[in-house]
Each structure stands twice: as structure tokens, then as C-alpha cells.
Design a protein around this ligand. Sequence first.
Ligand SMILES: Nc1ncnc2c1ncn2[C@@H]1O[C@H](COP(=O)(O)OP(=O)(O)OP(=O)(O)O)[C@@H](O)[C@H]1O
Ligand SMILES: [Mg+2]
Length: 458
Amino acid sequence: MAKAKTNYTCSECGGISNKWTGQCPACHAWNTLVETVVETPGVNRLSNPVHRSLAQTAPVLSLADIEAVDVPRFGTGIEEFDRVLGGGLVAGGVVLIGGDPGIGKSTLLLQALANISQSKSTLYVSGEESGAQIALRARRLGVEATSLKLQAEIQLEKILGTLADLKPDVAVIDSIQTVYSDALSSAPGSVAQVRECAAQLTRVAKQTGVTIILVGHVTKEGALAGPRVLEHIVDTVLYFEGDTQSSFRLVRAIKNRFGAINELGVFAMSEKGLKGVSNPSALFLSSHDSAVPGSVVMVTQEGTRPLLVEIQALVDTSHLPNARRLSVGLEQNRLAMLLAVLHRHAGIAAFDQDVFINAVGGVKITEPAADLAVLLAINSSMRNKALPRGLVVFGEVGLAGEIRPAPRGQERLREAAKLGFSIAMIPKSNAPKQKIEGMTIVAVERIDEAFNKLRELD
Ligand SMILES: Nc1ncnc2c1ncn2[C@@H]1O[C@H](COP(=O)(O)OP(=O)(O)OP(=O)(O)O)[C@@H](O)[C@H]1O
Ligand SMILES: [Mg+2]
């Protein structure tokens, strides 16, 4: 196939150059030029699949005349996976699933495809493993998938040919970084290739109604490799989380055009593959025999489920001119802000201390309701004094030192009570109207008040 004409477009300013240079000739940004196919006017102008399908079938209608049809969904046979997908896969939907190497992306998708293949036609395209390797994995997982079709292929045009021939209901592309199109001269995995291949596959999905699941690699920083536009092209973006040391894996929805996001799928990795954990609330608690300084349990809300997570802090005298602030699983910038609040509104200074915080079990907490727990853990480590046993905490801390309510407070409290926690320090606005059996509620409005009440508890 003849190479299509390409040029280089700056991802910052959109400037165009005929050859690759390190610096964009237009805006002088470095390393921003990306190879793109030159669009021949009239033919390829509508290369964006969304634009093209709209252009083909776009009579003007009034909203009232359009029948609102529910998107038909079908399950993957894995309850936790369906949950993050917002109730199952959608015909013509494109799902991007990213995650660290070896976290279990191929495993999960092979299991899901095997289930689906019992009632629908399925295709697994692998650019990373041979058919034999996949068959070996299928045998280890004990999946029965006699009708699952496999193809070890990395050239986009051939994959599109297979899709046209087989007309599967669901196709997995593992991974989008290995696929390359003949139209571009860039290497597979480059921004240009990833973007072009994903756009082409999306176009096919929208035209033929095949559900496509793309596997994406993540960069060292944890973002999906390839351009941000990849996330815009697809309908659903899922991320695998969890540390590979522990057997637990979380799948989180980052974007979903067909359902709510921030639902969490929880899995345990075993020899037989990923198994859903339907009641994960106690998963992220490490079991200490006695209370230890710097550790506090918080209740976080993930989608519709409350989850108890242990937050650990370590504060130690710093020997560096700039004391270190390091957080794992929690937001780094938020930590700096909370330390400022701690100093300003509770009089506890940490400018000469290294501060490390960690959410146990590799879970990532993005909600601000973790603030109070982080501050209590830091204070506890600083004073080398353990917090009372059975204490559970949640609440957002504002810049003025006020403690703000967290959404779904009652559900969080009920879950903590169910798991045997006996004291809850929570924002005043979250205080329950009725007494919760076996639980003392300590409602606080300000951060200094929280520390005072904590002292009374000892
Ligand atoms: N025999 C086994 N018993 C238990 N777990 C296993 C076994 N073999 C593999 N695993 C688990 O499966 C993981 C690999 O899963 P998988 O190949 O699905 O990951 P992946 O996300 O597709 O990785 P990559 O990005 O390299 O393609 C391993 O890290 C390991 O945790
Ligand atoms: Mg894989």
C-alpha cells in the first residue's frame, strides 16, 4: 500500500511543519511535533468518526420526535466488570482499558470474552502474545471458549479486514500500542499511530455496531500512553489499579458515555484468574494487633459502595533544606495544603519534618473526605501516640480550618458500624439524627476542635 502523505503537526499550537524538528517552528515548544496524515480535501476531511457518521445521516429533527431508545446492554458474565461498565457492554461502544504491566488486563478480558462467546461471536486480537500463549492462559484459567476466535496481528488494515469478514459482536484489541497503520511511517506505539488506529477502529465500531475493547499501556507517570485525545475518542475509559504485590485489583471508570463513573470493580487475582470481590469494604485494612501511631481508618465512598481504607503517615525530622512531602494513593498537592492548614489553624508546624502518607493496599483516594484522616494520622505520627482503637474518620478540611461534610455520610457510618468500629469522628453536618447501635459519634466543626476532642477520648 502506498504511504499516505503526512506532515507534522504541533500538539500544542497546531502549527504544521513538513519535516520533524525538535522544536515547533510556530510556538517554539519542544518535542510537540506529531506525524499526521494529510487530509485530502473532500475525501478525508471528515476523518473524525463522529463527524462522519453525523454527516451521513443527519436530517434535522425536533427532539420530541426522536424516540429515546435505551441502549441495549449485554453482560460480560463478570459481575464486578459489569458494574464498572455501568451495567454491561453496549453494542457499538468502544472501551479503553489501561493499567500497569502485568496487572491483569489480558486476563480479565480473556475471561470476559470467554463468557460472552457462549452467546455471541467474539474475536481476540493480540499483538503481544502468540495464539499458543493465549491458549495456555485460557487453560490455566479454566475458561471454556471453544467458539472464541483468536488472531495474532498488529497491522490495522488486516485487523479491519478480519472485523469485516468475521463480523464479531465483541472484539478485543490487545493492545492499541502494538497496532500500526500502513498509512503512517511512524513506529507502532507513537502518538500518531495510536491516535489514527483508535480513530479507525472507533469508526468501524460506530458503523457496524461491534463492541471494541482496546487495551492501553500506561506511562511511568500512570497516564495512558498516547495522546489525551485517545480518551476523547472512545466511549468508556477504565483503569486498573492496585499494587501488583497484593492480590487485589481495582478497576475504576474514568469516563463513561453510557453510565455513571467512579464505580469501582474489585477483584482478587488467583491462579484461576480474576475473581470478583462482592463485599470489599474491609479489604484495605491492615491487621495490627495493637493500635499503632500514624495509622487511622477512614471510610471512603466509591460509587455506590463505602470502603474502609487505612491511611498511614510517617513524620520524621528532615535533614534536607526542603523537607520532603510524599504521598502514595493520595493527592500530593492536597498534602501540602493540609500541612499549611495544620500549622495555621491547629498550631502544629511540620516545616522541618519529612511527611510521608500512604493509603494501604494500593487503593487511590481522590475524594477530599480523606483530609481529616490524613491530618489525624500525621498528628498521631508526630506525637508518636496511637489513636484510640475502633476509631473511624472522614471529612473534608477547608482552608479556613473548617470541617466540611462528605456525601453519603450515613451509609459510611453504617458500614463502619457493621465492621465493628465503635468511635466515629465526623463532620458536624454528617452527624446522624438517630443513634447508631454500638457507635459513639464525635461530631466536629473545626480542625483544632477535632484535636481537642481527640485528647478527651484518650
Ligand atoms: N500461575 C499463576 N498464578 C497466579 N497468578 C498468575 C499466574 N500466572 C499469571 N498470574 C497473574 O497474572 C498476571 C499477568 O496478567 P496479564 O497477562 O493479564 O496482565 P496484563 O495486564 O495483560 O499485562 P501486560 O501489560 O504485560 O500485557 C501476573 O502479574 C500474575 O499476577
Ligand atoms: Mg496483556
